[in-house]
Design a protein around this ligand. Structure first.
Ligand code: AMP
Length: 147
């Protein structure tokens, strides 16, 4: 299974994004309203320029609570975004998330954002694989296959 398969299976296909100039309060409201954990940050030309997650907001809130709400997305976003491509397999995405300690991986099709994969999407995919394997093993053990 590759990242394109996971994106195709996702119910929510829309990728919610923010502009670098958006203030933090609005970014947080967008995250909460859409029940997501991250916003991709795109400039006016729709180029991916960063990612901001609920963790970024939480970390900065603890550092400087008072000034936090005056900040913009571009002040606290991560600028060096690590991305996957649709042909990457699930193991590659898992490795990228584990090694780099993040839970969101944008998937780029050339210069276009094809989607975003969260650690939850990967867990769901692995769970699906385990269910199928379990079913085949059970059928095999209980003699449902012709010998
Ligand atoms: P997360 O675990 O996804 O909430 O993110 C933890 C930290 O990693 C935050 O500082 C995010 O801005 C950053 N981050 C999340 N996803 C990515 C990514 N794909 N590439 C680079 N940094 C990321």
């Amino acid at each position: 299974m590759n990242l394109k398969d996971i994106l195709d299976e996702k119910e929510k296909k829309e990728v919610i994004s923010a502009e670098p100039e958006m203030d933090i309060r609005e970014a947080l409201a967008t995250i909460v309203k859409n029940k997501i954990g991250a916003l991709l940050v795109k400039d006016k030309e729709e180029k991916l320029v960063g990612i901001i997650t609920e963790r970024d907001i939480l970390w900065h809130l603890l550092k400087d609570c008072e000034k936090m709400m005056q900040k913009k997305v571009s002040d606290i976003m991560t600028k060096d975004v690590i991305v996957g491509i649709p042909e990457d397999n699930v193991e590659t995405a898992e490795k990228l998330m584990t090694v780099n300690r993040f839970r969101h991986l944008p998937v780029m099709d050339g210069n276009e954002v094809a989607g975003i994969i969260s650690i939850g999407d990967l867990v769901k995919c692995q769970l699906g694989n385990m269910k199928v394997e379990n079913r085949y093993l059970t059928d095999y053990i209980t003699g449902k296959y012709p010998v």
